[in-house]
Design a protein around this ligand. Structure first.
Ligand code: GCO
Ligand code: ZN
Length: 299
C-alpha cells in the first residue's frame, strides 16, 4: 500500500477556491477564488503566487491553445491575457437572468469549453433553485446550451475513451453520466452513477484518473472520494483537514499528485480557528494513481 500524505502547500485564505488546473509548461497550479474575483497561479518551483483580479466573480479557468487562458467571469466566457491582466469577452449567456453567474467549467477532449451557471448564493448552497444551465463554448466562439433547470452546476469531466460525459448538479447529490459524441459535442441518455451518502455531503468539483475512476470533492464533507463509474461503487475516501473541499485535479510530475481547493466562506469563527488552513491549496501524494493533462481550449 502506498502511504498517503496531505499537505497544505499554499495558505491562500481563498473565500471559495475552485477550478484547480495544472499547467505543465510552467509547473504551476492555476485556480480561482470565485467571490474574490481572482485567478491565481501558484508556481510549484518558486512557491510564488501571481494573481489577476477581474471585475466579476470568476468561477473557472482553463488553458488556451497558443497561450494565455480562458475563464468564466460573471456570465461571460472570456479570454484572459496574463501579461496585461485583461479579460476579453468571447461570448455571453443567461442575459435574461441578472442574478446568475457561471460556476465550474472544463475543456473537453476536442477543445470546447464547457461551463454551467447558477443563481448567485445568499449563503453557501442557499440560492434560488433551477436557474442554471449547462453550456459549451465552441472553438469558433459560438455557444451551445445543453439543458436548463440546474441548481448548482458543478464538476465535469470525460471518460478516457471520450464516450461519456460526467456531470454534477450539486443539489441533486448525484454524479451523473451522459453518452458523449466527441465529434458534435452532443450529450444524451442522462443517468446517475453514484448518489452521495449523507456524511459525504455536497458533491462539488471532479476529475478523472488514468484508470478511468472519478475523484469528487465533497463540499462540507472534508474529503475527496474515488468512484468507479462502471459499478457505481465508492472505491476510496481521502479525508482532508478542512471541511469545505471544493474541487480537485491531478498535477505535478507525471500528474502523480492531486491538488485540492477549498473555501472559507460559510465557516464560523470557531471553525476557522480549528481549520486555519481553510481556503488553502492542498497537495495529496502517495495515491498510487495518476491523472491526465488538462485539455486546452482550441479557439
Ligand atoms: O464552488 C462552487 O461550486 C460553488 O460556487 C460554491 O458556492 C460551493 O461549492 C457551493 O455552495 C456548494 O455546493
Ligand atoms: Zn464547484
Amino acid at each position: 500500500m502506498s502511504s498517503i500524505k496531505i499537505e497544505c502547500v499554499l495558505r491562500e485564505n481563498c473565500r471559495c477556491g475552485e477550478s484547480p488546473v495544472w499547467e505543465e509548461a510552467s509547473s504551476s497550479l492555476l485556480f480561482v477564488d470565485i467571490p474574490a474575483k481572482k485567478v491565481c497561479r501558484w508556481d510549484s518551483l518558486s512557491k510564488r503566487v501571481q494573481q489577476v483580479t477581474l471585475d466579476a466573480p470568476v468561477s473557472s479557468v482553463a488553458l488556451r491553445q497558443g497561450g494565455g487562458y480562458v475563464a468564466t467571469v460573471g456570465t461571460k466566457f472570456c479570454a484572459l491575457n496574463w501579461e496585461d491582466h485583461s479579460a476579453v469577452a468571447l461570448a455571453s449567456v443567461d442575459e435574461d437572468k441578472r442574478n446568475n453567474r457561471f460556476n465550474d467549467g472544463k475543456v473537453d477532449p476536442a477543445g470546447r469549453y464547457f461551463a454551467g451557471t447558477m443563481a448567485e448564493e445568499t449563503a453557501p448552497a442557499v440560492l434560488e433553485r433551477h436557474q442554471g444551465s449547462l453550456y459549451s463554448l465552441f472553438p469558433d466562439h459560438h455557444v451551445e446550451k445543453y439543458f436548463d433547470q440546474v441548481d448548482i452546476s458543478n464538476g465535469l469531466d470525460w471518460s478516457l475513451d471520450h464516450k461519456i460525459f460526467y456531470y454534477i448538479d450539486s443539489l441533486s447529490y448525484s454524479v451523473d453520466a451522459f453518452d458523449y459524441d466527441l465529434h458534435t459535442g452532443k450529450i444524451s441518455n442522462r443517468r446517475s452513477i453514484y448518489k452521495l451518502e449523507k456524511e459525504e455531503q455536497i458533491p462539488d468539483g471532479m476529475c478523472i484518473d488514468v484508470e478511468g475512476k472519478l475523484w469528487v470533492a465533497c463540499y462540507n464533507g472534508g474529503r475527496v472520494i474515488r468512484l468507479d463509474p462502471e459499478t457505481g461503487k465508492r472505491l476510496q475516501t481521502v479525508k482532508l483537514p478542512v471541511v469545505k473541499t471544493t474541487s480537485c485535479c491531478f498535477g505535478g510530475k507525471d500528474y502523480s499528485e492531486m491538488y485540492v481547493t477549498c473555501a472559507r466562506d460559510g465557516m464560523d469563527p470557531e471553525g476557522l480557528l480549528q481549520q486555519p488552513e481553510a481556503g488553502g491549496i492542498f497537495k495529496i501524494t502517495g495515491l498510487g494513481v495518476k491523472g491526465i493533462p488538462p485539455y486546452p481550449y482550441v479557439g
